[in-house]
Design a binder for this molecule. Structure first.
Ligand SMILES: Nc1ncnc2c1ncn2[C@@H]1O[C@H](COP(=O)(O)OP(=O)(O)OP(=O)(O)O)[C@@H](O)[C@H]1O
Ligand SMILES: [Mg+2]
Length: 341
């Protein structure tokens, strides 16, 4: 039987297919030395209702900050943000009731059991004990519920975090790196849980992660952030179709092939078993030609469909190239400008 809890959420107002929209959001933090650190620099993304969105980007690119702005934990300096058809931060209190989140690791009392920790949190949300049991069951912690939190493994702690985020029966679940530090089995469990929440419970889920292979398996949308800006906000399908194909080279000469192709502007990823993965938008013969001209001949060459990792590396590389060009153009125009007298 379907759970009462997760379907009890209100659906007042017209159905909003676009649950969240960030538009040109800017956030600058003050640094201890009186400077400003730009975390979001015109950040724009959409979260469609019912989607499972992977938020990707290098360390420090602004993922956590964007999620904090959405949750009202950090206030943006500029730009607009709408969620559930409401403006934020103006209607933050209303929207907060529809969101559940874990950001930068959940905080629990170590000496209390998982169950007790959730009971305390549940009281804050005014939820019944039955719901606590239900979310513990959902995340696979029913058996360990009455063990003390301090004895939980990292995977169990992460799952308790997700259980806590589910307590308000959210429509939108926001998870900041829920797969961090998990072993492969726990990653698989988390992946299955996220898919179940989306498909069976009709939740919209946003999950930031550095594990691209997992994001490719579970997410239907991907948003890539670089230097506080979104450089890609698309369905995984579109991104992969548009992304580069991969030419795989194999053999003892892959290290010289790597240097050579790097120097020719290709995105190159070394892989296990003396393999080299080269992102190519053109035919593999172009790669072969470059190598042959320099007397490098791999033992084996094959072409594969691009993975999310290839598409990600390529998107970041392109964004960096464009950024470098803008910086160069700015330098030139500054130099060319006459000095004020
Ligand atoms: N409270 C803060 N005070 C000052 N600077 C901050 C603060 N929070 C974040 N930053 C800076 O803002 C930028 C973006 O940080 P953020 O934590 O959003 O990145 P991230 O993409 O989540 O990185 P990671 O993948 O490492 O979690 C970084 O340069 C970071 O140092
Ligand atoms: Mg982060």
């Amino acid at each position: 039987m379907r759970s009462r809890v997760f379907f009890a959420y209100s659906r007042e107002g017209p159905a909003v297919s676009e649950l969240v929209r960030f538009d040109g959001v800017v956030k600058k933090f003050r640094t201890p030395r009186g400077g400003r650190q730009t975390a979001l620099d015109g950040f724009s993304m959409t979260i469609p209702r019912g989607s499972l969105v992977g938020l990707l980007g290098p360390n420090g690119s602004g993922k956590t900050t964007a999620l904090k702005v959405l949750l009202g934990l950090v206030r943006a300096d500029q730009g607009t943000l709408r969620a559930f058809g409401h403006d934020l931060p103006r209607d933050q209190r209303f929207v907060a009731r529809k969101m559940g989140a874990i950001i930068e690791g959940p905080a629990f009392t170590p000496s209390l059991t998982g169950h007790h920790n959730l009971r305390l949190l549940g009281e804050l949300h005014g939820v019944k004990k039955r719901l606590v049991d239900e979310v513990l069951d959902l995340v696979g912690l029913a058996e360990a519920a009455h063990r003390s939190y301090s004895g939980y493994s990292l995977g169990m702690k992460q799952r308790l975090g997700v259980a806590a985020a589910l307590l308000p029966s959210p429509e939108l679940l926001v998870l900041d790196e829920p797969m961090n530090g998990l072993d492969p089995e726990a990653v698989r469990d988390m992946r299955e849980l996220l898919v179940r929440l989306q498909r069976e419970r009709e939740m919209t889920v946003v999950v930031s992660s550095h594990i691209l292979a997992e994001v490719e398996l579970v997410c239907d949308r991907v948003t890539i952030v670089r230097h506080g800006r979104v450089i890609c906000d698309d369905s995984v399908e579109t991104l992969l179709a548009r992304g580069p194909a991969r030419t795989v080279l194999r053999g003892p000469e892959v290290s010289s092939a790597r240097e050579l192709l790097d120097a020719h502007g290709y995105s190159v990823i070394p892989a296990a078993g003396s393999e080299l993965h080269v992102s190519t938008s053109g035919p593999s013969s172009e790669v072969l030609r470059v190598l042959a001209e320099h007397g490098v001949f791999p033992d084996e060459i094959r072409r594969e469909k691009a993975s999310l990792e290839d598409a990600y590396i390529e998107a970041v590389r392109k964004a960096d190239e464009e950024r470098a060009q803008i910086v160069d153009t700015n330098k030139l125009s500054t130099r060319g400008r006459p000095h004020a007298s």
